[in-house]
Design a protein around this ligand. Structure first.
Ligand SMILES: NC(=O)c1ccc[n+]([C@@H]2O[C@H](COP(=O)([O-])OP(=O)(O)OC[C@H]3O[C@@H](n4cnc5c(N)ncnc54)[C@H](O)[C@@H]3O)[C@@H](O)[C@H]2O)c1
Length: 329
């Protein structure tokens, strides 16, 4: 594909985007990062020809046809709004923004300009998570009654993202899964957090969600695994339906079929060398940029709803686990 793509934010996940584009045969034409060493290192690792400190310089000099926004959440609004106002489609990493106000502005600009904005809810592109979704939509589990989602991470997250609340940093994945699998917006939440000495932000969030349809969801995220843990995840999502229960367990990825032909789902989310769910997500983004119209897998409004729910979880936890209602969408 000959589109010129830019990546804004050349840190850990920006590097994964560059690798995933490369695995699709798409060359990233430019990087933006205020840190010259960071952007030059990534550019030289992947042969990216141009780098810039600011999005405005990128637009002036290169005018890319699409961009991934991989800067920290507080910087998503400025980058996404500037790019969309210049007519450039954006894939904005999760969370769509780290405040409801910023997320609302991003969605409003996408709507008023008509420029594509795809929130980076990567698990909608993960093969096993998608297989469970397809089974649900085919009615194999009957009516969805409840969703349960667990996500453990290493203590390194408290060190690498010292000011980030786990509700906004990682539980957004679980909120999005609950939204996607239930097919129903969240109307009420209750959450509690726990802290660990030495960590600036909470290291654990436990939350209950009630959806408009009556589905209940349970979310548990914790950053307590040792940094040396060989398997720094225990990701498990379970969907309880009137006709059965479905599980996606990334803690124990297992081949499904080993026979004449080995069939295994692609468990990889964002491998350093490209591929995985991230490449599938970027493929979907580029197909939409190119005018092919596959079904819209994740809408800007989904990204905004996830941020609203995460903000309500933080508010609930700060009020000692009080119930918080979300206004109808
Ligand atoms: N989908 C996923 O599974 C997943 C995983 C990890 C991170 N992320 C998301 O990716 C984004 C980046 O996370 P990260 O882990 O790469 O963080 P990081 O701190 O490693 O990198 C962020 C980079 O952005 C740069 N930056 C800061 N302000 C900027 C601005 N105004 N314009 C351009 N660049 C700017 C920083 O200099 C840094 O190099 C976050 O939104 C994060 O939530 C998503």
């Amino acid at each position: 594909m000959s589109l010129t793509v830019a990546v804004v934010g050349a840190g850990a996940f920006g590097a994964r985007h560059v690798a995933a584009y490369a695995s699709l045969g798409v060359r990233v034409g430019a990087l933006v990062d205020p840190d010259p060493a960071v952007r030059e290192n990534l550019a030289s690792a992947f042969g990216v020809p141009r780098t810039f400190a600011r999005v405005e310089e990128l637009i002036e000099a290169v005018r890319p046809e699409a961009a991934s926004v991989c800067s920290p959440g507080h910087a998503h609004r400025d980058a996404a709004v500037t790019l969309m106002t210049a007519g450039i489609p954006v894939l904005v990493e999760k969370p769509l923004a780290d405040t409801v106000r910023d997320a609302e502005e991003i969605v409003a600009v996408s709507e008023s300009t008509g420029v594509l904005c795809q929130p980076g809810h990567i698990l909608r592109f993960s093969a096993p998570h998608r297989a469970l979704y397809d089974a649900l939509r085919a009615g194999e589990l009957g009516e969805v009654l409840a969703v349960s989602s667990r996500r453990d991470r290493s203590r390194a997250l408290s060190r690498l993202y010292p000011g980030a609340h786990p509700a906004m940093l990682t539980a957004v994945h679980d909120i999005d899964l609950a939204l996607w699998y239930s097919g129903s917006p969240v109307t009420e939440v209750r959450a509690v957090t726990q802290s660990r000495s030495g960590a600036v932000s909470p290291v654990l969030v436990w939350a209950e969600l009630r959806h408009e349809s009556g589905v209940v969801s349970s979310i548990r995220n914790a950053y307590l695994l040792p940094e040396s843990s060989p398997n720094p995840t225990s990701d498990l999502v379970e969907v309880y339906g009137s006709g059965g229960v479905g599980h996606v367990d990334l803690a124990h990825p297992t081949l499904l079929v080993q026979a004449e032909r080995t069939q295994a789902p692609d468990w990889l989310i964002s491998p350093p060398g490209g591929g995985g769910a991230l490449a599938a997500e970027l493929r979907h983004f580029l197909d939409r940029v190119a005018g092919a119209q596959p079904p819209e897998t994740v809408r800007p409004a989904d990204g905004l709803h996830v941020v609203r729910v995460a903000a309500a979880l933080i508010d609930s936890a700060e009020a000692g686990g009080a119930h918080r209602r979300l206004s109808p969408v």
